[in-house]
Design a protein around this ligand. Structure first.
Ligand SMILES: [Zn+2]
Length: 257
């Protein structure tokens, strides 16, 4: 039903997760002419500051800064992201509508249960989305997939992403590759700052929310650390489960000694 397929879709539990973990990469891909998208599983209604409506507007502003072609949010309860059949089907519908070639998921370990649950939920949805005989609209309230040979509907055409990669910034794990975001770092920071209810200097929740300068130095330190690993100024870390495939040894990037 939608226009052309997305090249890259980043999925995350909360609004502003993508901005923190892979926003620079999404912007870089958009600048190269790729169609990028963001799927937030929740709408942020449990946040200490601001309403879900505030966060929706802020998410739209951030998406504009990152140059994304599409952004959507599901209605999974904030703080209660569970890997249920119904939730997997919600993600399946989006995958079949947007048809991304690459999906960026959160890393599968972490401090926040919503983050690591979103990872497994996202992976399983990517698998299910490719099942020809699965009709997410016919089985939404059921416990088992049903066979629907005809009348598949808008989200009935199977689609499985070619590549799944994991954004690892929230967890202390060695990435398998980093993306150079030196050129995109400032815009990515502005995309995060678009969440004014979360990140501006204000009274509510002062103890848990650091001020803008503090956030900037933390974000810069992380980006510099991963940049150092890749021999560039700023980078974002990722992990792929597959091995890397090399065609020409002389073109492998990142200096050894
Ligand atoms: Zn989060």
């Amino acid at each position: 039903m939608s226009s052309s397929p997305l090249d890259i879709l980043a999925l995350a539990a909360h609004r502003d997760d993508v901005e923190q973990t892979c926003g620079g990469t999404l912007l870089k891909m958009a600048q190269r002419g790729y169609r990028t998208g963001i799927l937030d599983l929740t709408q942020g209604e449990m946040g200490t500051r601001g309403s879900a409506g505030d966060r929706a507007r802020e998410a739209a502003d951030a998406a504009r800064i990152l140059g994304t072609s599409w952004r959507g949010a599901l209605d999974i309860p904030d703080g209660r992201v569970e890997n249920t059949w119904d939730n997997r089907l919600k993600v399946v519908r989006v995958l079949r509508e947007q048809r991304p070639r690459v999906v960026i998921l959160p890393y599968w370990k972490g401090r926040h249960p919503d983050h690591y649950t979103a990872s497994v939920l996202g992976y399983e949805a990517c698998f299910l989305a490719g099942l020809t005989k699965l009709d997410p609209d016919a089985t939404a309230n059921d416990d088992s997939p049903q066979h629907t040979p005809q009348d598949a509907g808008a989200t009935g055409n199977p689609h499985r992403p070619f590549k799944i990669i994991y954004a690892t910034l929230y967890y202390d794990v060695r990435p398998t590759f980093v993306v150079d975001i030196t050129e995109q770092f400032e815009a990515r920071f502005e995309a995060l700052m678009a969440y004014k209810t979360q990140f501006s200097d204000q009274e509510a929740g002062k103890g848990i929310f650091p001020a803008r300068d503090e956030i900037r130095s933390r974000i810069e330190a992380m980006a510099r650390f991963y940049g150092l690993l890749g021999g560039v100024t700023y980078a974002e870390p990722f992990l792929q489960k597959e091995v890397g495939l090399v065609d020409d040894l002389t073109l492998i990037p990142v200096k050894s000694i």
